[in-house]
Design a protein. Structure first.
Length: 341
């Protein structure tokens, strides 16, 4: 069973389901939007009976009381760092007030004391430059990680033992996850809901929040790309055409012909718009189609493979293993019961 799905070790009344507790650790200078992301995404995740799957609480290393936001107001935080002792997931948003974590690569005393309260086995997540605090605590040593694109060079110099990936939306190391700029925090939280409870639950949470249900973590950050002029053709029609034909072999030339472009021009513009190559995008869509069918249908694994466009069960098994780390049969056993939406 994945670590994120394990039964929490917190005490509960016998017979009472224990919701996964998410603690958002905020500091002075916090970006208000980032504080709200976990509450909206995890707070909107419910099972087939409509019951909340997560409990989201906000805490401060300074204790209960006001926390200065990046904007012209304060956030009144009810909980102190003691909440971290019972958290199953701890999320550290960015704070615009510079600390020794940003300048010297070490934890401020209050944050070090707060991190010491985190129980063994808890999942650790950063949004944007909240990654500086995970790195300063040593959690990211030897691991892949990301942060806001404008800070990646500085982050790498300050933490040379971290393997920085500057051009992705988020990085999943299992129990430790980092995301890039502010908006990618939404993508990472949805990814966690999808990882914990499957596509149907994550999509329902995304619909409640009115955000796209899925952007692959390997998709590039939006970094100084030229905005297409109105007269320039887009690749949306080709993508829509491909989604209607995922069960068929699709070639790059066919996609380019949908937009009346050369293969070279289409490939360049596709990458500018989507952040990945047409081939990688097709594989991502086929994996998502396979996951949906495994959760929601009685089709055999061979039939799912054909309808998702993988052709054979062996090919689908290889791609699912690479993306989610489990076989099609194991995925279906884990998530079939929670997909009745």
């Amino acid at each position: 069973m994945p670590a994120s799905m394990e039964t929490p070790s917190r005490n509960a009344d016998p017979g009472t389901p224990v919701r996964h507790r998410v603690a958002v650790l905020v500091q002075h200078g916090v970006i208000p939007f980032e504080v709200g992301i976990p509450h909206r995404i995890f707070g909107g995740a419910r099972n087939a009976d409509g019951a909340d799957l997560y409990e989201v609480v906000t805490c401060s290393p300074h204790g209960p009381g006001p926390v200065r936001a990046e904007a012209d107001f304060e956030i009144h935080v009810v909980h102190g760092p003691e909440v971290l002792e019972t958290a199953d997931t701890v999320i550290v948003p960015a704070a615009h007030e510079r600390s020794v974590a940003h300048t010297e690569g070490r934890l401020p005393e209050e944050m070090a004391a707060a991190f010491a309260r985190i129980r063994p086995g808890a999942r650790l997540v950063s949004i944007c430059t909240g990654s500086y605090f995970l790195a300063a605590a040593g959690y990211l040593d030897g691991l892949r990680a990301t942060t806001h694109w404008s800070s990646t060079d500085h982050f790498q110099r300050l933490f040379p033992r971290v393997r920085v990936e500057p051009d992705v939306l988020y990085v999943d190391n299992g129990a430790i996850l980092t995301s890039a700029g502010v908006g990618s925090g939404v993508d990472l939280c949805l990814h966690l809901v999808r990882r914990d409870h499957g596509i149907a639950v994550a999509n329902a949470s995304a619909r409640r929040t009115v955000v796209p249900p899925h952007r692959e973590g390997g998709q590039a950050q939006y970094i100084q790309r030229p905005v297409p002029q109105p007269q320039q053709a887009a690749t949306a029609a080709a993508r829509s055409w491909a989604l209607d034909r995922l069960d068929q072999p699709l070639t790059l030339r066919e996609l380019a012909e949908c937009e009346a472009m050369s293969v070279r021009t289409f490939t360049r513009r596709f990458r500018e718009e989507v952040g990945t190559s047409p081939g990688q995008w097709l594989t991502q869509q086929r994996v998502e189609r396979a996951r949906h069918l495994l959760e929601s249908s009685d089709l055999s694994v061979d039939q799912v493979a054909r309808q998702a466009g993988f052709g054979t069960a062996a090919s689908m098994r290889q791609h699912l293993q690479a993306v989610i780390g489990v076989s099609p049969s194991a995925y279906r056993r884990t998530f079939r019961a929670t997909s009745a939406f």
